[in-house]
Ligand binder design. Structure first.
Ligand code: ADP
Length: 373
């Protein structure tokens, strides 16, 4: 999806949902803290963040299960706070919302249509359409316990979309599935999104799921949105150390700028002489403290010399084979006890470096991400 999406700022984009200064308090816990952002029509937006960040609370506020302590939510420019959940045109697939076990697949999918008093001849046609959409035609008479986990999830999606909602909310919809099924269902969800074009807000704590599915990602941390951008931007231009650490795998250091020379700054990354070079910016001056992040994949390891800006000697402390990737944890030889991690692509022509081997490890200064304090 992310690759096919048109420019977010395009004048064609239409705002579907607006969260405007929303705060939600539970006694003295501020679960959502003055959050404002918009979701565009047909967009697939993912709320990504660690457990307890406030993602589900945001979704429940949009669904109408709970009310904001402050602020307002708009759909198509209309405030929705006064509307009950069933008055909002929102389909939902939430973790805890299982299929009704005593009902058939047909009855499950028909349920939201009956609640909305659709004609029975329309209902039968719509159920059939939905079963086609989720590629389970002919399954209408089964009971949920006669379905696999993946099939149950497809029926839950069919049930959520049956009344053609304006908005689809997905809360960790794939977390109960095994990895293989999760991958298949990810593709399925994207295909369904493409076919229906329904504006979708999806919650996950899984960065890979967010990166592979979303048009844009809003990273939620401690009740606020830390960054909202396209998937590629989020990965290549994280705006805070939290995001550099949470999205992708990064070596994280605290540093002090020790020198600036033209467009190169030197930064000390520890108590010893562990320094690296990074690009300068206006916010960097000698003695300023910075957070530094270097992605594992930007760190190179070799037993036969390295041609990068910052090179150190070290000893391989751990070699972890990950199938298509190898991860090396290398302890620097400067007495700092500093461990630096690196990942590189693996195929059968690659000779892995063993634990205990002496190596050079390093990175280019353009790959050093740093954040002024
Ligand atoms: P996430 O979905 O990101 O894991 P939640 O939105 O579930 O996070 O929770 C955010 C914070 O709000 C947490 O500290 C959680 O304990 C608290 N919280 C959520 N729901 C309630 C509730 N009904 N009562 C009290 N505290 C709650």
């Amino acid at each position: 999806m992310a690759t096919t999406r048109v420019d977010e700022q395009s004048s064609l984009s239409v705002e579907k949902v607006r969260i405007d200064g929303v705060t939600k308090r539970f006694a003295d816990v501020v679960a959502v803290d003055d959050v404002s952002f918009s979701i565009e029509e047909q967009e697939f937006l993912t709320l990504l963040g660690p457990s307890g960040a406030g993602k589900s609370t945001l979704l429940e506020l949009i669904a109408g299960f709970i009310q904001p302590s402050e602020g307002e939510i708009y759909i198509d420019d209309e405030p929705i706070s006064t509307k009950a959940p069933y008055e909002r045109s929102i389909g939902m697939v939430f973790q805890g919302m299982a299929l009704f076990p005593h009902m058939t697949v047909h009855e499950n999918i028909a349920f939201p249509l009956k609640m909305r008093r659709f004609d029975s001849n329309i209902i039968d046609g719509r159920v059939e359409e939905m079963l086609d959409l989720v590629e389970l035609p002919g399954y209408q008479d089964r009971k949920p316990n006669e379905l696999s986990g993946g099939q149950r999830q497809r029926i839950a999606i069919a049930r959520a979309l049956a009344f053609e909602p304006e908005l689809l909310l997905l809360d960790e919809p794939l977390s109960s599935l095994d990895k293989k099924l999760r991958d298949t269902m990810r593709e399925e969800l994207l295909r369904i999104h493409e076919e229906t074009d329904v504006t979708t807000i999806h919650v996950t704590h899984n960065q890979e799921e967010a990166l592979t599915m979303a048009d844009r990602i809003a990273v939620v941390n401690e009740g606020h949105i830390e960054q909202l951008s396209t998937t590629q931007e989020l990965y290549s231009e994280p705006q805070t150390p939290f995001i550099a650490d949470f999205v992708g795998d990064s070596n994280m250091f605290n540093g002090t700028i020790t020198g600036v020379n033209g467009d190169v700054a030197a930064v000390n990354l520890g108590t010893n002489e562990f320094t690296t070079e990074c690009p300068t910016t206006d916010s960097v001056s000698v003695d300023s403290t910075v957070d530094v992040a270097i992605r594992y994949e930007d760190v190179h390891v070799s037993t036969s010399g390295l041609n990068v800006d910052n090179v150190y000697s070290g000893t391989v402390h751990q070699t972890i084979f990950r199938g298509d990737q190898v991860l090396y944890a290398v302890e620097l030889d400067d007495g700092s006890d500093q461990i630096v991690r690196s990942t590189s692509a693996y195929n059968r022509d690659v000779q892995m470096i063993d634990r205990g081997d002496e190596v050079q490890i390093g990175w280019n200064r353009s790959d050093v991400m740093f954040f002024a304090r």
